[in-house]
Write a new protein. Structure first.
Length: 209
């Protein structure tokens, strides 16, 4: 049987790292074999592309360059890591996937979603996450958390309106694909967020038996 593909999405400062750890604990507790990975990145080449995408530059980055680099990293990630794992029954937990491209490059930058869909079809044909957890928070709150961390990357330097559009992009996907998307209110306490995530995962696992 194929492994399950779980992705975590959200705008900046939403607490993805903490909640990835929370999902990992859930998987370990159930004895499920899994790998944990991220986008852009996840492979040696992908992590190099991540560096290119997140670094600050004196010249602005062309939107198409950004879009194609996201998919270039993703193609390598699928080929080298995600598909081999799923095919041997290992679950894959991924910090962001193509939904981030629809939200950031589509919603945030205004790239035509049909073009993004064409690239998605090219790079991963019918593969879709089985479950996507959308951690949701007011972008302003998330950005103030990011500011406390210091040293923002190229995306984190964007203005608030950009992240409002990204969030809208996620909400649109949530409305269009309710069967795999689950909304998690990330403004609650870490324990409450972890509890909500565990409940979603328990329900997801129940449906598999
Ligand atoms: P992270 O720091 O949350 O892991 O993600 C790196 C940044 O890359 C984040 O600001 C979102 C952005 N991103 C996109 O713009 N498009 C994508 O397809 C992905 C995967 C990430």
């Amino acid at each position: 049987m194929k492994g399950k593909f779980i992705t975590l999405e959200g705008t900046e400062g939403v607490g993805k790292s903490t909640n990835i750890a929370c999902i990992e604990q859930w998987l370990v507790a159930r004895g499920i074999e899994f790998i944990s990975t991220r986008e852009p990145g996840g492979t040696e080449l992908g992590e190099e592309i991540r560096g290119l995408l997140l670094d600050h530059r004196s010249a602005s980055v062309d939107i198409m360059t950004e879009l194609l680099l996201m998919f270039a990293a993703r193609a390598q990630h699928l080929y080298e890591k995600i598909l081999p794992a799923l095919n041997k029954g290992t679950w894959v937990l991924c910090d962001r996937f193509t939904d981030a491209t629809f939200a950031y490059q589509g919603g945030g930058r205004g790239v035509d979603t049909e073009l993004i869909q064409t690239l998605a079809n090219l790079v991963h044909k019918e593969l879709q996450p089985d479950l996507t957890l959308l951690l949701d928070i007011e972008p302003q709150i998330g950005l103030s958390r990011v500011a406390q961390r210091g040293d923002p990357d190229r995306f984190e330097m964007e203005e608030l309106a950009f992240f409002e559009r990204v969030r809208q992009g996620y909400h649109q996907q949530l409305a269009e694909q309710p069967e795999r998307y689950r909304l998690i209110d990330a403004s609650h306490s870490p324990d409450d967020v972890a509890g909500a995530i565990h409940r979603v995962l328990d329900k997801f696992a129940e449906q598999l038996v």
